[in-house]
Design a protein around this ligand. Structure first.
Ligand SMILES: [Zn+2]
Length: 154
């Protein structure tokens, strides 16, 4: 960790992880949440917004910890929302991707192209769809693997 402060926050995340049920930890996506922290920490010396987000991250984790076992569905929704905000900054400003993002983008792109292709050229919608779908997934997975290799996956 670059920031001394982040070490403490990471400890809080770990503590939260071990204090809640595995199911809850999964629902909160704490593994991803932890990776978000590591990214924010690494960009914070050069990015003002990341430093600001680190402070918000700290507050947020405290709130979650305080609620502990009594988290309600509204808390989960709020958490998701907070996480999305953080991730969208990392995606827009730091060109990071979340795992499977390319896969789902290219899958739906392949699907729509497959429909067009199937109707116009093959005269077989099902064939066009399965063709577009497979190619889309293949490209998406390839790009996800590439992003991971380059260390751009959150
Ligand atoms: Zn940033």
């Amino acid at each position: 960790m670059k920031n001394e402060h982040s070490e403490k926050i990471l400890e809080e995340v770990m503590a939260l992880k071990s204090s809640v049920e595995p199911k809850v930890a999964q629902k909160l996506d704490l593994d991803k949440w932890e990776r978000v922290l590591i990214r924010l920490d690494s960009f914070s010396p050069d990015c003002k917004e990341c430093s600001t987000l680190l402070i918000a991250y700290n507050d947020h984790i405290h709130q979650l910890k305080e609620k502990g076992q009594s988290l309600e569905s509204s808390d989960f929704i709020k958490h998701r929302h907070t996480m999305e905000n953080f991730i969208s900054h990392l995606q827009k400003e730091h060109k990071l991707v979340t795992e499977g993002t390319n896969q789902s983008i290219y899958m739906s792109l392949g699907l729509s192209l497959g429909v067009v292709f199937g109707l116009l050229f093959l005269d077989n919608l099902a064939l066009g769809i399965s063709f577009g779908f497979s190619i889309g997934i293949a490209i998406g997975i390839g790009l996800d693997v590439d992003a991971k290799k380059k260390g751009r996956t959150i």
